[in-house]
Design a protein around this ligand. Structure first.
Ligand code: OFO
Length: 167
């Protein structure tokens, strides 16, 4: 049976992953309204991935005999201030998620819960990849410097992202 302190950290994280999903869906709606369909597509896939992450935690806690408790999802921003600021916000949010996963790892370590440590490793690696991807997008946006042609090209590129389910 999973220890209560570990189960609590997983339940808290489920909430954060759903918040992330909701946040990225809100950003997708913003891009859609701005006519940036490729950016909207990228963000919508990001939202789906976050919901998959929540389900991964959900399934794992059930598997370990813990009790999943879904709490209310905090209100996400609904208005944004341009492409650069949106992606800066994404990076900042992902850094917060990385810190949260690292804290979970510490909890599992202290509880001597080796199974949870092993399970969390996937998320540690995923966060490295996510932060790098968002960092690359921010660099490209900065290089474009608001040039319409460049934004159009980026919109096309981000529009080609395809969703692959991870649960
Ligand atoms: Fe973007 O991260 Fe989930 O875990």
């Amino acid at each position: 049976m999973i220890k209560e302190v570990v189960a609590k950290s997983i339940n808290d994280q489920i909430n954060k992953e759903y918040y992330s999903s909701y946040l990225y869906l809100s950003m997708s709606a913003y891009f859609e309204a701005e006519g940036l369909k490729g950016f909207a597509n990228w963000m919508r896939i990001q939202a789906k991935e976050e919901s998959d992450h929540a389900e991964k935690f959900f399934n794992y806690l059930n598997e370990r005999g813990g009790r999943v408790e879904l709490k209310a999802i905090e209100q996400v921003p609904t208005d944004f201030d341009g492409i650069v600021k949106v992606f800066d916000q994404v990076l900042e949010h992902e850094e917060m998620i990385t810190a949260s996963i690292n804290d979970m790892m510490d909890v599992a370590f202290e509880a001597k819960d080796h199974a949870t440590k092993s399970f969390l490793q996937w998320f540690v690696d995923e966060q490295v990849e996510e932060e790098a991807t968002v960092g690359d997008i921010i660099n490209s946006i900065k290089l474009i410097k608001g040039d319409g042609q460049g934004i159009l090209m980026m919109d096309r590129e981000l529009g080609s992202r395809v969703y692959t389910q991870s649960v």
